[in-house]
Ligand binder design. Sequence first.
Ligand code: GDP
Length: 308
Amino acid sequence: MRIVVFAGGTGAAKFLRGLVRIVDPAGLTVVANTGDDLDWWGLHVSPDLDTVCYELAGLLDEQRGWGRAYESFNCRDAMADLGKAAWFSLGDKDLATHLYRTERLRQGARLSEVTAELCQRLNVRSKVLPMTDDPVRTVVTMDDGDVPFQEFFVHRRHTGVVHDVRFEGSILAIPAPGVLKAIASADLIVMAPSNPVTSIGPILSVPGISQQMEDTNAPVIAISPIIGAEAFSGPAAQLMAMRGWPASAVGIATAYNSFLDVLLCDTADEHLRDEIERLGPRPVFTDIRISGTSAASRLAQEVVACRP
Ligand code: GDP
């Protein structure tokens, strides 16, 4: 079965942990957000691509939800000693990925090529595609002006009023090679339980991707990253409200309204059934908490089983 997963970072990784245990990983294509990418200490860092690749390689630090397991942070501490900003933590082993990527990009390789090389080196059997090879950067407008996404998310711990989120450069971006074809030829497309504004939003902002989602014959299933009015983690509820969407599973149905067939929501949200159905998708109520590998596998089984 050819499955395409739209992915941010931590929420997507939790879901993928289960999915690769119940389907052939070779049939899986992950399209990952690169709006979070940043230049840090002169290196090109792609946090969501790396979270996905590390997860699929069995290397992710599952407690933190980012970076590699069994990691040390000697370089970060030494950079802090040199007076450099160190609020964005890169582990020592993780640094190898960013050094490799930055060198290859400087040699003229495309991000999608570098990602494929990294996946091969890390023995990842699935295909991981950046949404685009072009620079797209998520910018958050706050009371004191525009800040890059990681400044908002990590440095400011996603506190403060957000007036807008935009994806700089996306208007000129083209989908990375293989993205549109994967969507068109998929048997199933899954929107991971990721932030719909800052993780999936940038992917859908790349011209051509939303249209291909509307045109595909594949069923599209989303997993809500929200129970009630609360996200499991991060600013999803706050940012959805900023977009004018209900901060609940109804907002997820609103965000993906033009192509969504099925929405997996928590059993605690059964009272939202009518509202979701009115928007179009069929709601399926289950336990959407991914508390470990077996919960991830069970949820993945349910996703595959509820294909229309
Ligand atoms: P980020 O780049 O790390 O923010 O990556 P994502 O957007 O993929 O992950 C964050 C989202 O994952 C948040 O909106 C969370 O609510 C969601 N999330 C985290 N843990 C869980 C879980 O156990 N179940 C579900 N359904 N969503 C989760």
